[in-house]
Design a protein. Structure first.
Length: 165
């Protein structure tokens, strides 16, 4: 029993000393990061993947806490400026992409309309060609019959119909 208490105490002391050593190492890293420019840190934060960005942002906040008031406000202003520039660039890129998409869609619509028009012309041509073939077949449409339409059609109907009494 006494031996387990001693072992647990030693394990607890070992764990606490490792945690304190890690905190000291993190503090030393933050101290050396003070020499890195704010701009470089901001660019690193923006370029990092999501989980890394959180870690870098927390590190940047710790560095801000160590700065005096003037340095802190300058760093925050630089951060806001960079973030606004990034958002503006994203908005511009999005607008350009939307404009390009609209142009592509317009061109696709024009091509579709042109294709439809060509298909209609081909269909009309085929219909006329078929009608001519039918009309030129032996036994169809007497030569005296005029094409349908207007007064000629009415006359042709009277010619072919027997007279009423």
């Amino acid at each position: 029993m006494k031996l387990t208490k001693i072992a647990l105490s030693l394990a607890l002391i070992g764990t606490l000393s490792l945690a304190m050593a890690e905190d000291v190492a993190t503090t030393d890293t933050t101290t050396t990061d003070t020499t890195v420019s704010v701009d470089a840190e901001i660019e690193a934060i923006q370029a990092a993947p999501a989980q890394e960005r959180v870690r870098l942002m927390n590190q940047f906040k710790r560095r801000l806490m160590q700065m005096n008031e003037a340095e802190r406000s300058a760093a925050i202003a630089a951060m806001q400026e960079k973030m606004q520039a990034s958002q503006t660039m994203q908005a511009t890129t999005t607008a350009d992409a939307q404009a390009q998409k609209a142009m592509v869609q317009t061109r696709a619509n024009e091509i579709q309309m042109q294709t439809n028009e060509e298909m209609n012309q081909m269909q009309n041509m085929n219909q006329h060609q078929f009608a001519n073939q039918v009309m030129n077949m032996p036994g169809n449409a007497p030569a005296s019959v005029a094409p349908m339409g207007g007064g000629a059609a009415a006359q042709s109907m009277n010619v072919n119909m027997p007279a009423r009494r």
